[in-house]
Design a protein around this ligand. Structure first.
Ligand code: MSP
Length: 516
């Protein structure tokens, strides 16, 4: 039966333009969403932008703009970036949207029984927009390891949310996998983090220290802490509380976040939901971080990689390939232009692109373009399906690749061009050739099916080429080789224009294994 499913992504701060690390949330969510749609389910998929807080206000001031103008402009950059990834999101939310802000104020009022006034004496990291305990500050010598900046010392009156009240419930939900944290090691990491219970969280700041945020209802001297406002987006975007359809999608099936913000999603957010009497999400999928050539991305080091540049040079399908295959779904992984280029040329161009054109050309040459009876590949789909079910997407696409490589090996071993030569005078050999090519095309259609969540456009092209039973050659070769170090950096090395539409003549060298 078709189900209504909901997947969410972390909403990025719009203080700077997107970097390659931001690809992960959207790509992971899109792989899952497309896979669920293949299974016949309906998927709601939220994305958006986190637009309040001091970090953004400071950047706006630096740019000489008021924060609303600044966020209006930067939100567009993120939206264009998200669109360029070809992800199938259904909802885009901005935290400056007046409707969202009104609901956040309603949420504050609902949480009132758990809110009290207090004095915060301690540390704050503006980069993380996070309050930092003395213990955490001491462990890193007072400097935020993620932002390489000393923590600010705060002494101010603000409102607290009694998250501690929900410690036992949150712990039990996580331990019992009612709120399942994936991967398992992150679950243990978080449970260890809260072994002494959840701490109460400061959820507002005096207006003089924070002016860019949602006003606290009934106290115009205070503005809400950006995380309270940001986390609420996952339900405000569904129309909570007024539009009853929010209940059709909540609790979310999966919430995708990076490891640095797991604690907000596994601690503060469930506590907020419990305070509101709203169910907890089912799964929190925590991905690792992308490093660049072995180092953390940093503006100071100057190694921040712009995903739009990657797309301009290699195309979006190549970006989706690299970040789903070579960036582990759950562990930290590295990006370098060199690794990217190698993966593109060796795997996309050689393994897959070449397989598609070899298969198309052979069917055209030896069978006048008509695909014989399709043979189902013997590839075991269990590992692929298990990997998707367990949200190990990099493992799932590796399974699709094993089939691509298997099909190439099969062609190399069976040598259809030799069979074709013998088939000229031998009907049995003709039958054998039909079988061999039916096997290759059958494998490719299976590959198209397996690749759909990862490389939707490529999957579509493979279908179009073979699906009707009469080969419809692609106008452009899939993944033409690209050499970045060449003088005309990134200019594709185009194949002969008519490479795929050659007349059906036997190859000159019988042992040649590249056709077309
Ligand atoms: N605004 C908050 C999220 C609020 S969600 C209610 C935030 N924004 S962020 O821009 O810093 O991060 C957005 C997402 O990108 C997070 O999931 C974060 O983990 C992810 N990444 C940021 N840098 C990353 C890498 N280098 N690699 C992979 N993901 C990274 O946190």
């Amino acid at each position: 039966m078709s189900k209504k499913l909901y997947i969410t992504t972390a909403i990025p701060y719009v203080n700077a333009k997107p970097h390659v690390g931001h690809v992960m949330d959207y790509l992971i969510a899109d792989i899952w969403a497309r896979h669920q749609k293949q299974l016949g389910h309906e998927v709601r998929f939220q994305v958006g932008t986190d637009e309040h807080g001091n970090k953004i206000a400071a950047k706006a001031a630096e740019a000489g703009q008021d924060p609303q103008t600044f966020t209006d402009e930067n939100c567009v950059k993120f939206k264009q970036f998200i669109d360029s990834l070809e992800v199938s999101y259904t909802d885009f939310i901005r935290t400056t949207d007046p409707k969202h802000q009104a609901v956040v104020q309603y949420i504050w009022q609902q949480l009132a029984p758990y809110i009290y006034k207090g004095t915060y004496e301690g540390w704050y990291c503006e980069g993380c927009e996070s309050f930092v305990t003395d213990k955490e500050a001491a462990a890193t010598n007072g400097v935020c390891p993620d932002h390489d900046k000393p923590y600010q010392r705060l002494s101010e009156e603000n409102y607290y949310f009694k998250a501690s009240e929900f410690s036992d419930k949150v712990r039990a939900a996580i331990e019992g996998n009612k709120l399942k944290i994936v991967p398992e090691f992150r679950k243990h990491e978080f449970l260890n983090m809260i072994k002494d219970g959840l701490l109460d969280v400061s959820i507002s700041r005096p207006k003089k220290s924070l002016s860019w945020g949602v006003p606290v209802p009934g106290d115009d001297t205070q503005v809400m802490y950006v995380w309270l406002d940001a986390l609420a987006n996952y339900i405000t975007v569904l129309g909570y509380p007024e539009n009853e359809t929010w209940r059709e999608y909540w609790p979310a099936d999966i919430q995708v976040v990076g490891k640095d913000i797991m604690r907000f999603h596994a601690g503060l957010w469930p506590a907020m939901l419990l305070g509101l009497g709203v169910s907890l999400p089912k799964t929190l999928l925590v991905h690792g971080h992308v490093t660049v050539a072995g180092s953390k991305m940093s503006k100071t080091i100057g190694n921040v990689v712009d995903p739009v540049e990657v797309i301009d040079k290699f195309g979006v399908e190549a970006l989706r390939y690299y970040f789903s295959r070579h960036v582990s779904t759950t562990d930290d992984s590295d990006f370098s232009w060199d690794k990217f280029e190698k993966a593109y040329n060796n795997e996309l161009a050689n393994d897959l692109g070449n397989l598609v054109s070899r298969a198309a050309n052979m069917v055209m040459r030896y069978q006048a373009g008509v695909v014989g009876e399709l043979q189902k590949p013997e590839h075991d789909m269990f590992a692929y399906n298990e990997a998707l079910r367990e949200l190990r997407f990099s493992d799932a696409i590796a399974e699709a690749w094993a089939l691509v490589q298997g099909a190439n090996k099969f062609i190399d071993e069976t040598k259809p061009w030799v069979i074709a030569k013998n088939a000229e005078n031998d009907p049995e050999e003709k039958e054998h050739l039909d079988e061999v090519l039916g096997h290759v095309v059958g494998s490719l259609l299976q590959v198209a099916n397996m690749l759909y969540p990862f490389l939707p456009a490529t999957s579509e092209k493979i279908y179009e080429t073979f699906n009707t039973g009469v080969v419809k050659p692609l106008e452009d070769v899939l993944f033409p080789k690209i050499r970045l170090e060449a003088p005309e950096a990134a200019a594709p090395v185009l194949p002969e224009p008519a490479a795929l539409a050659r007349p059906p003549v036997p190859p000159a060298e019988p042992e040649q294994n590249e056709i077309g």
